[in-house]
Design a protein around this ligand. Structure first.
Ligand code: FE
Length: 344
């Protein structure tokens, strides 16, 4: 009798265990989170390791090019293991959102400005980057350049270098102008700027800085951190290039310099939403923000987080924060406008 009872209990336990192990993958592993990152591992992994240590939640990191990750999220659909998507540029975050790849974030106790939070709560910023200009120390004086609009002046004919219009940074820059000035005015300005290009757009932002140092042009439109990376480079040649140019921030007396973000969203089919929200809160803590901004040579989105090094020396810069939430919506207008005026 005792033996039969033991055997029956044992069988019941067995059934329960089997049930747990078959259902577990369906409800998601409560102590795990899968991160798809368009940023390189060294720029994010130490923070994820810290999160894992603090919370006991295992973080699995997949890194690849941002647009490849968007395609992957789309292809994986409901069976995607992704919980988190990290990338750069509000235009790209918005694209992922409009493709239905992101779900709502719990933004209730995030202590960042609403300018850095998507109006539908589908993405939040992690850091800020300024798209501005570097100029030849030899051929240009800083006070010649006050507003982005000035690049359309006749005097800059054949003197401006910039990468191609299929780059999202340039698309968001034009979108920000549309947001501030309207489409008609933006088109007039951009058409003149394109006519001032020194050469057919090619290469990345660093290549434009190099072109200024080599006298191929006098002004390059670039993201601020590429200049810092060259200034701090281990390679002497790159440091020498950076030393021939200087950086300046435009529109300081009106709307502020064009600013974009690196940011984060929760994958639409995430099975670990609570952990994903926990990670976002962690990345927006003061300590995380300071590490992440310093490591990426960017500005923190959290107002009370400090800046270091070159950024600290540059002092306070007025930024055009209001247009961030429109960069994605205006992206198609920007792309068509650039096409119309012949920005290759
Ligand atoms: Fe970049």
């Amino acid at each position: 009798m005792k033996n039969t009872l033991f055997f029956a209990n044992y069988k019941a336990l067995h059934v329960i265990l089997i049930l747990i192990f078959t259902l577990l993958p369906l409800i998601g592993n409560a102590s795990e989170i899968n991160v798809y990152s368009g940023r390189k591992a060294k720029l994010i992994k130490p923070l994820l390791d810290q999160f894992q240590k603090q919370t006991g939640i295992t973080v699995n990191l997949v890194t690849a090019k941002s647009d490849a990750l968007i395609k992957r999220l789309e292809a994986e659909g409901e069976s995607s293991p992704a919980d988190i998507f990290i990338t750069v540029d509000a235009g790209r975050l918005e694209r992922a959102k409009q493709m239905g790849l992101l779900k709502k974030i719990d933004t209730n106790d995030l202590k960042i400005s609403s300018n850095y939070i998507d109006k539908d709560n589908k993405w939040v910023g992690l850091s800020k980057r300024v798209r501005t200009i570097v100029y030849s120390k030899k051929n240009v004086k800083k006070n010649e350049l006050l507003r982005f609009e000035d690049l359309s002046l006749e005097k800059w004919n054949k003197r401006i270098c910039v990468r191609s219009s299929n780059n999202i940074y340039n698309q968001s820059l034009v979108a920000s102008l549309i947001s501030n000035l309207g489409e008609k005015k933006t088109e007039e300005i951009i058409e003149k700027i394109v006519n001032n290009f020194a050469r057919k757009p090619s290469g990345n932002d660093r290549a434009q800085i190099t072109a200024v140092a080599r006298n191929e042009c006098d002004i390059a439109i670039v993201n601020h951190y590429y200049y810092i990376l060259m200034l701090d480079s281990k390679e002497k040649e790159k440091r020498e290039i950076a030393n021939q140019v200087d950086i300046t921030f435009l529109n300081q007396n009106d709307r502020g310099a064009h600013v974009n973000i690196s940011g984060i969203g929760i994958a639409k089919n995430s099975k670990n939403t609570a952990n994903a929200n926990k990670l976002i809160k962690f990345l927006l803590s003061k300590e995380s923000q300071e590490w992440y901004a310093e490591t990426n040579n960017e500005y923190p989105v959290l107002t009370n987080a400090s800046v270091f090094g070159v950024l600290k020396n540059w002092g306070k810069i007025k930024l055009d924060e209001k247009s961030i939430n429109e960069l994605g919506d205006l992206n198609p207008n920007a792309v068509k406008l650039m096409d119309r005026v012949g920005w290759k």
